[in-house]
Design a protein around this ligand. Structure first.
Ligand SMILES: Nc1ncnc2c1ncn2[C@@H]1O[C@H](COP(=O)(O)OP(=O)(O)OP(=O)(O)O)[C@@H](O)[C@H]1O
Ligand SMILES: [Mg+2]
Length: 262
């Protein structure tokens, strides 16, 4: 039964901020405060970076190659640790989560990568079902949710195909289905269109917009200026270890020159 683990204890699924401080519901979903991160002491990547993101926002992250976009996302889902400062996700400080609490964080965050990261010799369904299998949900529920997620990305009926036999655009749709199947509050996409041709890139962006329309907060890291310009939308530029916020996008070419965005 959903929400009941092997010991029979009630275990709420992490929807709508469950397991997190209820007062967090009225606060930004994500706050970065004075975040510093260096892999090498003489080459800091993030140098006192601040940012707040509200629930339900769609935000582009952009900036030159090596600026730290991927680093920022990895800090957020606790794949890297920061040197100083704080990242608050739903009111919880990510850097202070115990190792046991990190899976709960990750259940609330869906991640999509440039290179899809599918298991190519597994079926589409097996790939998408993985996050639910890890949670130990009953097979019937996994089938149902996986089917729904595949419908949402336009791949209903493709569940039995081997993931490696799909086109690049289709594989990215599978990866998106896997990211949303657990109904996370936040979806992070790190250059999700980097391996796709321009029309496919626009289609994939549209899919993230559909996900956003269901109330999910979306962070979409990209270099692709043509995507940033499709409609006015908040863009956060990472540069010199800090963020520059462009709440209405990068329409102004002069501003763009100043920011040295590729
Ligand atoms: N695991 C690591 N060990 C050492 N240095 C790293 C590591 N990961 C990233 N870096 C360095 O940190 C800097 C930021 O890298 P990051 O991948 O976050 O940039 P990015 O903005 O995502 O770039 P791109 O647009 O090319 O994807 C780069 O100089 C990179 O070489
Ligand atoms: Mg990157």
């Amino acid at each position: 039964m959903e929400g009941v683990d092997e010991s029979g204890t009630f275990r709420p699924m992490l929807r709508a901020g469950a397991r997190f401080d209820p007062s967090a519901a009225n606060k930004p979903i994500l706050v970065f405060q004075d975040v510093h991160k260096a892999y090498k002491a003489d080459a800091p990547v993030l140098r006192g970076m601040n940012l707040g993101i509200e629930r339900g926002e769609f935000v582009f992250f952009t900036g030159p190659s090596g600026a730290g976009k991927s680093t920022l996302l990895r800090l957020l889902y606790a794949e890297e640790s920061l040197d100083s400062g704080r990242i608050l996700f739903m009111g919880r400080e990510v850097g202070r989560l115990t190792p046991e609490a990190i899976p709960f964080l990750r259940r609330n965050i869906g991640v999509v990568f440039q290179d899809f990261k599918l298991v190519e010799n597994w079926s589409v369904t097996e790939n998408v079902a993985l996050p639910l299998e890890v949670l130990g949900l009953p097979a019937r529920l996994i089938r149902q949710r996986t089917g729904e997620a595949l419908e949402r990305v336009g791949l209903g009926g493709r569940g039995n195909d081997l993931a490696g036999t799909l086109s690049g655009g289709e594989q990215q749709r599978v990866a998106i289905a896997r990211a949303i199947v657990g109904e996370p509050a936040l979806v992070l996409a790190d250059e999700p269109t980097g391996n796709l041709d321009p029309q496919l890139a626009v289609d994939i962006l549209g899919l993230f917009e559909d996900i956003h329309d269901t109330g999910v907060t979306v962070i979409f890291a990209t270099h692709d200026r043509s995507l940033l310009d499709i409609r006015p939308r908040r863009v956060v530029i990472l540069q010199d270890g800090k963020t520059i916020d462009a709440p209405n996008g990068l329409e102004d070419p002069e501003e763009l020159d100043q920011l040295q965005v590729a």
